[in-house]
Ligand binder design. Structure first.
Ligand code: PEP
Ligand code: MG
Length: 321
C-alpha cells in the first residue's frame, strides 16, 4: 500500500472529472520540509512558528527568525510557504509563562497577544517579510475575531515594510496576507474579513472547539468534539462558498483536511485547497484521484442540510463508498 502511494507522489491531484486540487503541508519544524518534499506537496499551507519558543525563556531575535524562514523558503524553491505569525497562549504555551487566565483559550492568545506585544510582533513581521525575498512567502494571521484586528495588523505590516525600505533591505512588496477562520465570529463575518485579506485558511481544530464550546485539550469532553456537528458543517460550508463566490482562495488547515473520511465531503462543499501533516498527503491524494465531483456535490449538500447525526453519518458512508 505504501509503495502504491509513493507512485502517485508526482501525479497531479485531480478529480476524475478533471478538477485540480491543491494539497499543501502543515509543518511545525524547519526539518519537516524534507517530508513535505518527499510527499510531493504543492507548498506549505501552514508553518506553525511557535517552535521558535520551545524550551527557552528568551525571545527569538530577528536574525534567528529570518534565518529559519529564509531557509524554509529557499528549500521550497518558489512554492508557497505560508508562515503563521505566533499563535502563543492557550494550548501553545511558552515555557515558564505564568498561566494566569482562567480560560486561556478565550484569553490573550495568538493575534491578540501579538497586538498587545507590538515589539515582539514587529520583530517577527520584519523577519518574515525580509525572508520573502528568497521565496514565495505568505503571512497568515491566527485567531482573527474582528475587522479591527485585521486593520491593526495591516498597519503593523506596512510599518515593518517601511522600516525595511528605509534600510534598503530587499523584500517582496506584494507579499500576501491571509487570515485564519477559526472563531465562529470570523466565519460569520467572513464576507467583510475577506475584503481585506488575500486568502483564507479555515482552522477547524479551533473552529470546532469554539463552535461547540469543547476544550480541545480536555479529555473529559473529547467524545463531544465532533467535526460533523451540523453547526460546524454549516460554518465551514458557508465560508468556502462565500470565498469561492468572491474568488478569494480558501484552504482548510485543521485536522479535518488530512482525514480521508472528510475528503469527499470537503470537495463536495467546494474546497479546492487542503493543508495537512505531510504523512497524510498521499492517502488524501489517492482519495481525490478516485472521486467524481458532480456526484459528490449532491450528497455533500444533503449532509450540510441534514439535521440529525444518524442521517449525517449515513450519507457520509454513502459518499465514501
Ligand atoms: C486549527 O485551529 O485548526 C489550526 C490549524 O491551528 P492550530 O491547530 O495550530 O491551532
Ligand atoms: Mg488554531
Amino acid at each position: 500500500e505504501k509503495l502504491k502511494l509513493r507512485r502517485i507522489r508526482s501525479v497531479a491531484a485531480i478529480t476524475l472529472d478533471g478538477t485540480p486540487v491543491e494539497l499543501c503541508a502543515n509543518i511545525e519544524l524547519p526539518e519537516d520540509v524534507e517530508q513535505v518534499k518527499e510527499n510531493g506537496a504543492a507548498g506549505i499551507g501552514l508553518f506553525r512558528s511557535e517552535f521558535l519558543f520551545l524550551n527557552r525563556n528568551d525571545l527569538p531575535d530577528e536574525e534567528e527568525q529570518f534565518e529559519v524562514y529564509r531557509t524554509v523558503a529557499t528549500k521550497m524553491r518558489g512554492l508557497p510557504v505560508t508562515i503563521r505569525t505566533f499563535d502563543l497562549g492557550a494550548d501553545k504555551n511558552l515555557k515558564n509563562a505564568p498561566q494566569v487566565a482562567a480560560n486561556p483559550a478565550l484569553g490573550l492568545r495568538a493575534i491578540r497577544l501579538c497586538l498587545a506585544e507590538p515589539q515582539m510582533f514587529h520583530t517577527q513581521l520584519r523577519a518574515i517579510i525580509r525572508a520573502s525575498h528568497y521565496g514565495r512567502i505568505r503571512i497568515l494571521i491566527p485567531m482573527l475575531s474582528s475587522i479591527s484586528e485585521i486593520n491593526q495588523t495591516m498597519n503593523l505590516i506596512e510599518y515593518a515594510k517601511q522600516s525595511l525600505r528605509e534600510e534598503k533591505l530587499p523584500f517582496d512588496e506584494k507579499i500576501q496576507v491571509g487570515g485564519m477562520i477559526e472563531i465562529p465570529a470570523a466565519a460569520l463575518c467572513v464576507d467583510i474579513f475577506m475584503q481585506r485579506l488575500d486568502f483564507l485558511s479555515i482552522g477547524t481544530n479551533d473552529l470546532i472547539q469554539y463552535t461547540l464550546a469543547i476544550d480541545r485539550v480536555d479529555d473529559s469532553v473529547a467524545h463531544l468534539y465532533d467535526p460533523l456537528h451540523p453547526a460546524v458543517l454549516w460554518l465551514v460550508s458557508r465560508v468556502i462558498q462565500t470565498a469561492n463566490r468572491a474568488k478569494v482562495p480558501v484552504a482548510i488547515c485543521g485536522e479535518m483536511a488530512g482525514d480521508i473520511r472528510f475528503t469527499r465531503l470537503l470537495l463536495g462543499l467546494g474546497l479546492q485547497q487542503f493543508s495537512m501533516y505531510p504523512a497524510q498527503l498521499l492517502i488524501v491524494k489517492s482519495q481525490i484521484l478516485k472521486s467524481h465531483l458532480p456526484s459528490i456535490i449532491v450528497l455533500a449538500q444533503r449532509i450540510v442540510k441534514a439535521e440529525n447525526p444518524e442521517k449525517i453519518h449515513g450519507l457520509l458512508a454513502k459518499l465514501n463508498s
